[in-house]
Ligand binder design. Sequence first.
Ligand code: UDP
Length: 484
Amino acid sequence: SMVTAKPHAALLASPGMGHLIPTVELGKRLLTHHGFDVTIFVVTTGSSTTTSQILQQTSNLSSLNIVVLPPIDFSSKPGPKPSLGEQVVVAIIESLPLLHSSIMSMKLRPSTLIVDIFGTCAFPMAREFGMSTYVFFATSAWFSAVTIYVPVIDKKMEERHANNHEPLFIPGCESVRFEDTLEPFLSVVGPVYEGYLKAAQDIISSDGILINTWQDLEPASTKAVRELSILGRFTKGPVYPVGPLVRNIEPRQEHKAVLRWLDGQPADSVIYVSFGSGGTMSEAQMKELALGLELSQQRFVWVVRPPMEDETSGAFFDVAKGGDIAPEYLPDGFLERTKETGLVVPLWAPQAEILGHPSTGGFVTHCGWNSVLESILNVVPMVAWPLYAEQKMNASLLEEQLRVAVRAKVAEEGGRVVSKEEIAMLVRRVMVDEEGVTMRKKLKEMKQSGHVALSNLGSSYESLCQMTKLCELHVQGSKAKAQG
Ligand code: UDP
């Protein structure tokens, strides 16, 4: 008789909440709906309270095995502080020996390794252990298509894109405007581009690719990525849209101050302002944002971090380290003047709960993909304010293709900031104007289609069933090989 081969997936989460949160959600999904055993390996860069908080929230699933690898410390290293992307990659490379010994010591070794787009350097080890390899894009099908296509893009077109600012053409997808492009395409020579190209080559060599999106959200781009994979044209394995995977709102155990405050506000009356786990801005921009919120005359919840000139400096910020809002970087009298209508939350807020709260009616967001999905699934229209990585593409997708966001424009004069008048106008378009009502109608339909995708026979559910089948075959194949 046939013994069913239960696959065991190891998921490697690179540092940063934006990577850890969707990886945990994918792990839970494989465990609860597709019969996998699941072990999640978490790469960390410091004793982050936020990491353990997130992990605590997931520990209600006792069968989910979570291994937090010892932190990689950058503060002691000589030389200039590496960029955000470099830190993520270096942390993973330095964690590989820890991952290796951790897997060696497991009684039941995993049969499949799933990494995010930064984790492909773990593939040689996975293959050495006889594991099949998958990549999980915790972002849009559009960005995924660009990445999958990079190794075959005509070099001349890339040069025209970088030098003459012509759009980057991706078969079956919207072209990428130069204003929205990714850092590697700013110059097609040099280490940033080379690193991206190498990652793309590794990604397409995997046994399969998973994307945290769904067919009806991005019909053209999901079709395009599938076609890039047909007959092994560009990718070795299949490409599966498997989303939307986002955190469930936990039943309220502790009454958080921000949620209590929201309880007292009218429905859809509060705009939530947050730039993800890593976004920071200059002091001038923060002051302008504060004045813009005031000018909009709308209620708000604003997650603030100390200002920094570099937009990504907040990443890996340890929420345990700072608590108080240093009022000197907010305009004089701002907290006093807005104390009835606004709430400023230092560093980190319970975003899933805030977006799910009935009083929240809009979201000023940096367009990190997890934030985007959380906003869509809670029917919250957005003010798109992208900062780095693929966030400008996400903003363009939200504003122009899905039409559920208005986008902030940086004024070239006046120190390259988004002005307070612009901020107030954008907030009012979403919160007060008819436009916001139309967006909410669209979002309701999108939310519905997201639920359908994940339900039985839905497109994302079916994708994960197919992937599961491949992983089971892999286990059977390995067993047969072992028996000679
Ligand atoms: N998040 C949160 N509280 C915060 C900031 C972020 O819970 O104060 C969560 C947010 O809900 C999302 C993730 O952290 O799930 C951030 O991921 P995203 O892709 O939006 O942006 P990134 O942080 O990767 O730039």
